[in-house]
Design a protein around this ligand. Structure first.
Ligand code: GDP
Ligand code: GDP
Length: 501
């Protein structure tokens, strides 16, 4: 299915003219009378080798001025639900009106990639006028003239950047069929596409975040902190199920959607129930997320239940950030212990014999973050790619680091390495150093990144054997060293050069 772009805006701003311009035919009715009735119109535009489904949200039926805004919203909502990107059109020759503001607010709430086309800017001299429409809060503003086709190409160039890549989840057929051919040819087929779309820097616009962890580690406190401190809370928006409410947070030009905030705040009535609930919620919330914040109680360290939840996070293929919370308590505990120890060195030594105190003593040592991080990594070995941060949700200390980090991790997750670059990298990997028995070795003919989110690599090999664990591990480490991919798991698939997998 081609990605869908919805065109929305008040009557007479030039939506159908733009629509016609994009699809290159005359199927939509264009008229001056605001009373014209039409349903949503669909058409297909071709741009940079891709098919884009364009939806015109249509004209407005009622003459009654009072009813018009409501009707705009109704029309817009239907189109928005199915859109991958939204183009809001305003008339650059008329004043901004309240319905424009209301509409843009509604559109911003969707969290979808949003572009503002300031239309009827027919001449170059008029272009500066588009700037005044920035008050709508939409970051991407384009002066266009739908009638004269000015600025439309620039608009489409930007729209196409934010669309999901065409081969997001699947290896395109071209690779299947050319798997038996020389790597050079595949490379040639792949390269223009990736370069053309310049997907490497593609922002994903809205980052979906799940906050998971055991009961009482501070998930709700952290959520309140994150949604309360950001410069603007856009307000709760209903999620997919009736009791799930997502909260959208805006920070500068970025949007973060916290999944099922009602669920995060929900408490189990008994301890056992709370623990079960925390696992169920973690699994459910991750399904809808790009990035997972795995919250750990700093005072208690990594427990078995933490490791259990972390395991699900890893398997889900979502990106993970480990948040060690309540760091204020760790620091305070360390301080108290130090004081006590200074008072009586002997009693401290004796105290170390009882398990409870022994744990406390460990914490005195681990008030050092580097040492604590080693403890976390030791306990959660499979999350080697996850950044570890130390915060206090209660005091807010260092929580300001989280949104930018979420952003970075989300970008890494969607990063794409061009096949040419990948194979230059491959040439420099010294596979002799991989600790793999000789009989298990395979020759990698070439490799390509077939998908993002999570980044998935396909190796074309000379033999049809499963990749040895150490070999895969070694390759993953080399990929990370060369390209980063912080926070995200990566997947490696093997295809023998001849025959099907
Ligand atoms: P819609 O109701 O938003 O779909 O608007 P239409 O596409 O029907 O356009 C409304 C009016 O604006 C028509 O008279 C168009 O000819 C005119 N119009 C559309 N685009 C432009 C443009 O770029 N420049 C100028 N000057 N007029 C335009
Ligand atoms: P949840 O069950 O994971 O949502 O945990 P809550 O957010 O309800 O927090 C559990 C308890 O830990 C509450 O009493 C919080 O006030 C407390 N808490 C949460 N974060 C911190 C923190 O950073 N420092 C301190 N001292 N207490 C915290």
């Amino acid at each position: 299915m081609s990605p869908t772009i919805a065109i929305v805006g008040r009557p007479n701003v030039g939506k159908s003219t733009l629509f016609n311009r994009l699809i290159g035919s005359r199927r939509a009715i264009v008229g001056d009378e605001p009373g014209i009735t039409r349903d949503r119109l669909y058409g297909v535009a071709h741009w940079l080798g891709r098919d884009l489904r364009i939806v015109d949200t249509g004209g407005i039926v009622p003459e009654d001025k009072e009813v018009i805004p409501a009707e705009i919203f109704r029309q817009a909502k239907v189109a928005l639900a199915e859109a991958d990107a939204i183009v809001m059109v305003v008339d650059g020759r008329s004043e901004l009106a309240a319905p424009d503001m209301e509409l843009s607010r509604l559109l911003l709430k969707t969290g979808k990639p949003l572009f503002l086309a300031v239309n009827k800017i027919d001449t170059l001299e008029l272009e500066p006028m588009a700037e005044s429409y920035r008050t709508l809060g939409i970051r991407e503003v384009f002066p266009v003239s739908a009638e004269h086709s000015n600025g439309v190409a620039e608009l489409l160039d930007e729209v196409i950047r934010v669309l999901p890549p065409p081969d997001d989840h699947e290896l395109p057929a071209t690779v299947e069929t050319s798997a038996s051919e020389a790597g050079q040819q595949v490379e040639a087929e792949y390269e223009p596409d990736a370069a053309e779309l310049d997907l490497r820097e593609t922002p994903s616009f809205e980052v979906k975040v799940a906050i998971i962890g055991r009961p009482n580690v501070g998930k709700s406190t952290l959520l309140n902190r994150l949604t309360g401190s950001a410069r603007a809370i856009v307000s709760p928006i209903p999620g997919t199920t009736r009791d799930a409410v997502d909260e959208l947070v805006r920070n500068e030009d970025r949007l973060y959607r916290f999944i099922d905030t009602a669920g995060i705040r929900r408490k189990g009535r008994t301890e056992q129930m709370a623990e079960k609930l925390s696992v169920v919620m973690a699994r459910k919330h991750m399904e809808a997320a790009d990035v997972t914040l795995l919250v750990i109680d700093g005072l208690e360290g990594v427990t078995a239940l933490d490791a259990n939840i972390a395991g699900y996070a890893h398997e889900s293929g979502r990106s993970v950030i480990v948040v060690v919370n309540k760091w204020d308590l760790v620091v305070e505990r360390a301080r108290q212990l130090k004081q006590k120890e200074e008072k009586s060195a002997t009693s401290a030594r004796r105290a170390a014999n009882t398990p409870r105190r022994a744990a406390a003593q460990d914490l005195r040592i681990v008030a050092d973050q580097a040492a604590y991080e080693r403890h976390v990594r030791e306990q959660l070995k499979f999350l080697g790619y996850a950044p570890v941060v130390f915060v206090s949700a209660a005091t807010g200390r260092h929580t300001e680091k989280l949104l930018p980090l979420i952003d970075e991790v989300a970008r890494e997750r969607r990063k794409r390495i061009a096949t040419g670059e990948m194979n230059r990298f491959l040439k420099n990997v010294d596979f002799e150093r991989a600790p793999v028995p000789f009989s298990k070795r395979v020759r990698i003919l070439y490799m390509t990144q077939a998908a993002v989110a999570p980044p998935t690599f396909v190796l074309f090999t000379d033999r049809d054997v499963k990749l040895h664990f150490s070999y895969e591990r070694y390759l993953e480490n080399q990929i990370r060293r060369a390209f980063g991919f912080v926070g995200t798991p990566i997947r490696i698939k093997v295809r023998p050069r001849r025959g099907k997998l």
